[in-house]
Design a binder for this molecule. Structure first.
Ligand code: NTF
Length: 817
């Protein structure tokens, strides 16, 4: 390898300042300087990026396409620098130029092309794929507006458009030469060929041009650079001159608007399906473009032979959102490459694999036939045929009760197209994202499919990349870990186990706690700057950061805070260890209960934070606009990790892993990956409470749960609930929080009271909290347990997850660089 040339990089950054802004570097503001530096970093990456593709092609490597509506990448600059070989030299150059790297990093907007766990998982996976040396392409949508920015106004969430591309993205490259046509609407005509075969011709459609933008995904210190490819949409012909001449301006711009609309905005729903036509349009748009380019580039490399495509190409469907890929691949293979149905089907099933990320019923994608067939007539035809053949198979297999099975398993039934069924039938592999979740899929949600295709099912417990979530987010702890055990953990997190021997070591304990304290100071400054609240860094930092959803039970957390406040007011003389409750959460724009929960948290904060009589024993902080870049500040500072979902509802969770790796202790239910976290770290080093998933499922079935009994029998809980409706936290509008009270207690006939068993688990939660606070005050015990949490987080690296996908599903070989 050529020695890195610092002088040249310096010159280049200075030149970029002139080229981009016609000014000297020293005269640029932070944002401009970010662009000058980012352009130079991109230049450092570019040769490796080109070389990676060249090598992979020479070696005829299999490539995985990770198909996902969401990639929650966060910021790129700092992470790219960190992953580049010669990152130390690059940092020196930046400093020698008089620039402040962290200020430059802050000038970059987050790439918020995702909602939460599912999108962030995709981002962690890309980092791992590149670092492990596999050839991968993440395919998604270049949303003009990413996930909305959250403002808190008078305690309420307000959504503000995220115009993240307005200053340009220095890391993207427009690949106009790879543009593809995507067709919507119209009808299909059948033509009989001379050889008797039928040809299907799509007519009367509207065309949209899909244009890819590629951004590099830099592997850690290995010269491998993979690609995130996001698609932009353009009308095929911006102006229909004919229409324009006729004076019908409206119609002339219609197709341009249609194209623009497709990529306009990310749907802000997490674990919830909206059923909008535009959403299906988005799905087919990026899938059709991605599938076409993937097949094209394979065929180009393999002399027109499409028959062995499944050996060289894998499509991973990130939830059901990209499931039209199954039918689109069939279409391309049959209509464009003239394969027979059976040939195309074998290739399709061997190429596609599906990951399920939720069992929440409201997240299941089902499209009305009417809408689906009108928008995608050829695709619908193919789905119909897949369904017809599947039902035939079911009839053969289950002679006695075939119709009952078909009612439950068909792709098309009751006027709807069920995407999960298509994904399972069209894939050779189906996986859940944590052991418990996969078991629930096999035994309950997908029981019939598991019975029919047991060989397809497996578990792939989620993971997170330690490069972003420890090395980048918590540099001081990262350095400490390296000092103790060497730096191999950066690319092999199982190494971190070696830290366990330091758990009892007094010196190591105090170093670890000092680092935690520095991170708490950093977060305290952030909170002061953003919220104007002074928090005590010796208090417990109790952190709950994730999307706002009823099943995640932020409401349970704040009810507990309300209870503690009552205790302190009633017994001011009692000892109470200072406690800071930190929340970060966005609610989907149309999710009323979630938004009201945010308002409640802020109202409780307002009352408690301003009550001088409690002497700062409790502070409640709601951090506005929680996102990847703020997570990087919050997570390293956490003492408690709140993972309190109703058991069985959280497929995995990933903030639980990030917090554990950074030495926080879990207060949680036996749900999702918490189960595996507890197994790794020991139940004695976490605070586990509440109903098990079996108990929850049982109680849901027998419908015997009566939250009103708890309200009637537990006076302290009753008092807290009454404070939701007596104006205690909303004197100007005592009825404000009535809907939350109702959701817990009131059965409006058909509705279920306390669907997520908050009151059922509340006492147990309060006790777990009390235990945790007691242990927190035993500083030696805590330091030991915190170190053990970090030490036992090795399993939760996305590198481990990716290796499992590679071994069981994708069968990739590494690129030799
Ligand atoms: C989410 N699912 C789950 O709710 C999380 O538990 C899990 O950690 C992540 O996926 C990643 O696997 C979704 O966002 C969706 F879309 F499936 F609802």
């Amino acid at each position: 390898m050529q020695k890195f040339d610092k002088a040249m990089l310096k010159k280049e950054i200075e030149n970029n300042a002139r080229k981009l802004f016609r000014r000297e570097l020293t005269e640029l503001n932070e944002k401009e300087a970010f662009h000058a530096v980012a352009a130079a970093i991109q230049n450092q990456i570019i040769d490796d990026w080109i070389l990676t593709t060249k090598r992979a092609e020479e070696e005829d490597r299999k490539r995985v396409y990770y198909l996902s509506m969401e990639f929650l990448m966060g910021r790129a600059l700092g992470n790219n620098i960190l992953n580049l070989s010669a990152h130390e030299e690059i940092k020196e150059v930046i400093e020698e130029l008089g620039l402040n790297l962290s200020a430059l990093e802050d000038a970059e907007p987050d790439w918020a092309l995702g909602n939460g766990g599912l999108g962030r998982l995709a981002a962690c996976f890309l980092d791992s794929l590149a670092t492990l040396g596999y050839w991968a392409c993440g395919c998604g949508i270049r949303y003009k507006y990413g996930f909305f920015k959250q403002q808190i106004v008078d305690g309420y969430q307000k959504e503000v458009a995220d115009d993240w591309l307005k200053d340009g993205n220095p890391f993207e490259i427009r690949r106009a030469e790879l543009a593809k046509e995507v067709r919507f609407g119209g009808w299909v005509e059948t033509v009989q060929e001379a050889d008797g075969r039928l040809r299907f011709v799509h007519k009367g459609y509207q065309s949209v041009e899909a244009i890819p933008y590629d951004t590099p995904v830099v592997g850690y210190d290995n010269h491998i650079v993979d690609t995130l490819r996001v698609w932009d949409a353009k009308a095929k012909e911006t102006f229909s001159l004919d229409e324009f001449d006729k004076g019908n301006y409206q119609k002339a711009v219609e197709s341009a608007n249609m194209a623009r609309n497709i990529v306009e905005v990310l749907y802000p729903n997490d674990n919830h399906y909206a059923g909008k036509e535009l959403r299906l349009r988005q799905q087919y748009f990026f899938i059709s473009a991605s599938v076409q380019t993937a097949v094209d580039s394979y065929v180009k490399k393999h002399d027109g032979d499409v028959k062995h495509l499944a050996d060289k190409l894998a499509f991973q469907l990130n939830d059901t959102h990209p499931t039209v890929a199954v039918a689109e691949l069939m279409r391309v293979l049959m209509d464009d490459y003239h394969l027979t149905w059976d040939e195309a089907w074998e290739i399709t099933v061997n190429t596609c694999a599906y990951t399920n990320h939720t069992i929440m019923a409201e997240a299941l994608e089902k499209w009305p036939i009417e809408l689906f067939s009108k928008l995608l007539p050829r695709i619908y035809q193919i789905v119909e045929e897949i369904n017809r053949r599947f039902c035939e198979d079911v009839r053969k297999k289950y002679e006695g009760n075939a119709e009952a099975k078909i009612a439950k398993m068909a792709i098309i039934y009751d006027g709807q197209v069920k995407m999960a069924h298509l994904a399972i039938i069209g894939s050779h592999a189906v996986n859940g994202v944590a052991a418990l979740h996969t078991e629930i899929l096999k035994k309950q949600e997908l029981k019939d499919f598991y019975e029919m295709y047991p060989e397809k099912f497996s578990n792939k417990t989620n993971g997170i990349t330690q490069r972003r979530w420890l090395l980048h987010a918590n540099p001081e702890l990262a350095e400490w870990v390296t000092e103790k055990i060497g730096d191999r953990w950066i690319t092999d997190l199982s190494q971190i186990e070696k830290l366990a021997v330091y758990a009892e070591d007094k010196k190591a304990q105090s170093e670890f706690m000092a680092i935690k304290r520095h991170n708490k100071e950093r977060l305290a400054r952030y909170i002061f700057e953003h919220n104007g609240i002074k928090v005590n860094v010796d208090s417990v930092f109790d952190v709950m950061v994730k999307r706002l959803h009823e099943y995640k039970r932020q409401l349970m957390n704040i009810l507990h805070v309300m209870y503690l406040y009552n205790q302190i007011k009633d017994h001011p003389e009692r000892e109470f260890y200072p406690h800071t409750f930190i929340f970060g959460a966005k609610a989907a724009a149309g999710y009323k209960t979630a938004k009201l929960t945010i308002k409640l948290i802020n109202s409780v904060a307002e009352v408690i934070n301003n009550d001088a009589s409690i002497k700062d024993k409790i502070k409640v902080v709601f951090i506005e606009d929680y996102k990847v870049s703020s997570a990087e500040v919050i997570i390293p500072a956490a003492d408690f990790s709140e993972q309190i979902s109703t058991a069985s509802k959280e497929a995995s969770g990933t903030s639980n892993m990030k917090l554990m790796l950074n030495g926080a202790l879990t207060i949680g239910t036996m749900d999702g990956a918490n189960v595996e976290i507890v197994k790794e770290v020991g139940v004695e080093n976490a605070f586990i409470f509440g109903m098990s998933s079996d108990e929850v499922i049982e109680l849901e079935h027998n419908r015997s749960y009566k939250p009103m009994d708890i309200f009637n029998n537990d006076q302290e809980i009753r008092r807290v609930l009454m404070q939701l409706v007596n104006g205690f936290y909303s004197p100007e509008d005592p009825e404000l929080f009535r809907p939350l009270y109702d959701s817990l207690l009131n059965t409006k006939e058909s509705d279920v009271a306390d669907r997520y068993f908050i009151l059922k688990d509340l006492r147990a939660y309060m006790q777990a909290q009390e235990e945790a606070v007691k242990h927190f005050q035993d500083r030696e015990w805590w330091a030991r347990a915190a170190i053990l949490n970090t030490a036992h987080a090795g399993k939760f690296s996305s590198d481990r997850t990716i290796e499992e996908y590679v071994k069981d599903i994708w069968h990739l070989d590494k690129i030799e660089m």
